[in-house]
Ligand binder design. Structure first.
Ligand code: OSB
Ligand code: MG
Length: 372
């Protein structure tokens, strides 16, 4: 069923994290995110959340670049257009080089809109539904001390999470993982370096093989597939690519070069559901297991990740975890909750499947703009 987008509302919200989150590229205390509301000509709204960070340190995007891209480049290409499907958003905004998270925010909103227009849950609209519960892991940032890290891991293992990811960087790697393994020899454990190493560190990274990590995520540069292939040939530990995979084409190249054995798919990083599905399909065809990454999302982004995780190839526990790990209050109801088995039940409601809390949203809105 064709539809038209008559109005796009952008809204920047601010939400303090319950606990700071530290990666190799820095510490975050408070998230600043852009929400996108796409309104059809008959007044139905779909919602998206831009996953860009506050600074261009994970990739080149940040909150305000996404705002600019959406307002001045993506929205004008979509407003007033007849769309046959949400699939049309990607080609209509492809003239924008890069900026996948900005583009992906509106793409996801239009998928949510289309799901609502068709009376479907989002997971059904995107062709998911391979599972009714998704498996959850947690991502634990760099802490001030090893005892604090061990305490955090204990809490999450007790809560039922199926695998633990810890952030690593030079100086917070071998000795830290050694302690973690001493305390927790049996857990599914992985490390995420967010591009903090180079090939010159290969010997140091090879020493991590003794900890039988489930995988080592994005050890090398954010746009460097080739060096990852050289490193993977020297490691027993499977490499999982995150930052490097921005498109299905790059996923195919990474697989061909044997640069990784696992891929983490993030909706924003690849520019939305359309490309996320194409990355997923290529991985499935090549027996590369995938899992859903996270970007410290609020409720809308979290709900979209849950829908994405119902595609068949998402066979490993993802970084999609309970709202309360991040927020004192989430923007959706109910909040995302995780069972004692470490799973999230996929919601049945139309669209992304949770209810927005408009009063709370207004209270955390920094500014908004309506485009017609
Ligand atoms: O590399 O996966 C990452 C958070 C911000 C930026 C990059 C990453 C992360 C996470 C957190 O690991 C995942 C989450 O819990 O949302
Ligand atoms: Mg990562």
């Amino acid at each position: 069923m064709a539809f038209q987008i008559d109005c796009i509302r952008l809204r920047q919200i601010g939400m303090p994290l319950v606990h700071f989150f530290e990666t190799s590229f820095g510490r975050t205390y408070e998230r600043a995110m852009v929400l996108v509301e796409a309104v059809s000509s008959d007044g139905v709204s779909g919602w998206g959340e831009v996953t860009a960070g506050e600074n261009p340190f994970y990739n080149e995007e940040w909150t305000l670049s996404a705002w600019h891209i959406l307002r001045d480049y993506a929205a004008p290409r979509l407003l007033g257009k007849k769309l046959e499907s949400a699939e049309d958003v990607d080609p209509l905004t492809r003239h924008i080089r890069g900026h996948n998270m900005g583009r992906g925010g509106i793409e996801a909103a239009v998928w949510d809109l289309q799901a609502r227009l068709n009376g479907n849950p989002l997971w059904k609209e995107i062709g998911g539904g391979a599972r009714q519960e998704i498996s959850c892991g947690v991502s634990i940032g760099i802490q001030n001390s090893i005892p604090e890290l061990l305490k955090k891991i204990e809490t999450e293992v007790t809560a039922g999470y199926q695998r633990i990811k810890i952030k690593i960087k030079p100086g917070w790697d071998y000795d830290v993982i050694k302690e973690v393994r001493r305390e927790f020899p049996g857990i599914k454990l992985m490390g995420d370096a967010n591009s903090a190493y180079t090939l010159a560190d290969a010997d140091r990274l090879r020493r991590l093989d003794e900890f039988y990590l489930m995988m080592l995520e994005q050890p090398l540069d954010h746009d460097e597939i080739f060096d990852h292939a050289e490193l993977q040939a020297q490691l027993e530990t499977p490499i999982c690519l995150d930052e490097c995979i921005r498109s299905a084409h790059q996923a195919a190249q990474a697989i061909r070069l044997k640069a990784c054995k696992i891929i983490n798919i993030k909706l924003g990083r690849v520019g939305g559901f359309g490309e996320a599905k194409r990355v997923h399909d290529i991985c499935l065809q090549n027996n590369i297991p995938v899992w859903c990454g996270g970007m410290l999302e609020a409720g809308i982004g979290r709900a979209h990740n849950i829908a994405l995780s119902t595609l068949p190839g998402f066979v490993l526990p993802g970084d999609v975890s309970a709202s309360k790990r991040y927020w004192k209050q989430d923007v959706i109801n109910p909040w995302v909750e995780v069972s004692p088995q470490g799973t999230i039940r996929v919601p049945d409601g139309v669209g992304f499947g949770y209810t927005l809390d408009p009063a709370f949203l207004d209270s955390i809105t920094v500014h908004q703009e309506e485009l017609r």
